[in-house]
Design a protein around this ligand. Sequence first.
Ligand code: ASP
Length: 358
Amino acid sequence: MTTPSQSVRVEALGTVGLSTAGRLLLLYTGGTIGMTEDEDGRLVPLDLSRLVSHLPIINRLPVSVTLTAFADPIDSAAIQPQHWLDIADAIVEHAPGHAGVVVLHGTDTMAYTAAALSFLLEGLDIPIVLTGAQRPITAIRSDGRENLVTAAAIALAQFEGTATVPEVTIFFDDVLLRGNCTSKVHADSYRGFASPNMGPLATAGVSIEYDRGAIRPPGQPPLRRSGGLCTDVATLRLHPALDEADLTATLSRPGLRGLVIEAYGAGNGPNSGWFLDGLTAASERGVVVVVTTQCGAGSVRGGAYATGAALLDTGAVPALDMTFEASITKLMVLLDRYSVDEVRLLMQQDLAGELTTV
Ligand code: ASP
């Protein structure tokens, strides 16, 4: 099965801002940044017009801002693969003529969306900056205003006539991170995101300092979406009590085509026969098994330990230093487009900056 359910309607809601010297596309999908309390005191998303009324700064930006939004903004915990395709399509449709794009998104799954967009979008020569907030924009101590304004500045930044950061990125607190190298690392802190295997692409203080050597070159336009997403994937997080029944339940998912294992350390797992034989049989029947690490940082290297070598000997491929979010979204994109052998090869090649060590 490839990409489920209904598309999300993205509405074009007009233009605000002071001039047409630069043009910014803003896409609001939901998330805490645009939430307010309902009658039970729980946070629910506002629609864009009410959000903008809490953000007079948008009207004061010295650029023309094209406003687009999900017709029904969502808590990003409810995001599904179809939303990634809808966001990619909305960017492809509305971005031409704009210097950059800011996507307002909930923090819970922002790293998954950023990674998915980085693999789905081809020909990218403008910045796509995802941001959000840990506190609603309506709150006095909201981090949303600063995040939005700096994300907009980064999306519009030019160096020698081209976009300074023509990549899919996440801006949060004071750092700009490559989207497909990033994870949400804190549930409460305003420094909610990190890219543990690479430094920030930019740091925002009084001025915004870019690490130009780390920023990827622009793609070759036109901007387009490449293919769809295969959702016949599963994940398995190892823990010492995992048993044969757990593995069998995962591997017997109907139509399974891809499995991401969250292994220990440098890619190690149990050496029990049921575990290794089960995975060997899955690989032999064409399931692409990818080994990531439960550690927040570092790399899966085959062969450092006998247990890790045994896991890769089953036919599994190492995720090297990809995040879990990048591993699963890349697998979904590749399975939609390539043969099993090609997917196994491409998972270990850098396609969009997701592997920092190859
Ligand atoms: N649950 C919210 C979301 O991801 C959390 C946030 O935005 O910070 O939409």
